[in-house]
Design a protein around this ligand. Structure first.
Ligand SMILES: [Zn+2]
Ligand SMILES: [Zn+2]
Length: 96
């Protein structure tokens, strides 16, 4: 595995404003998990994903954001992180 979605892996929360009202979108994948109805696509890459799914050609993870104010869903495309982005500065020094 060369790429990681920072949101699926819990490195960062979903940070995407609603295009209509600017309020932070909630990660609907997490919501679906909570309500236990995020199927039938789960089995595609269940080993990797907590939610969302991977666009393998663009290395983007697609999440569904939900604005509770506007009651709308928006697709959120997240660039996946490469392992080097996860290395801390101290660890980088160690590798040099
Ligand atoms: Zn993801
Ligand atoms: Zn909104």
């Amino acid at each position: 595995m060369n790429h990681l979605c920072p949101v699926c892996n819990g490195f960062t929360p979903l940070q995407q404003p609603c295009s209509a009202c600017g309020q932070a979108l909630q990660d609907a994948g997490r919501l679906y998990d909570f309500y236990g109805s995020y199927s039938p696509y789960r089995e595609i890459d269940d080993a990797k994903m907590d939610n969302g799914y991977l666009d393998r050609t663009r290395h983007q993870c697609v999440h569904t954001g939900w604005c509770p104010s506007c009651q709308i869903e928006e697709k959120v495309f997240l660039d996946e992180w490469t392992p080097v982005m996860l290395v801390t500065d101290m660890e980088k020094d160690a590798y040099q």
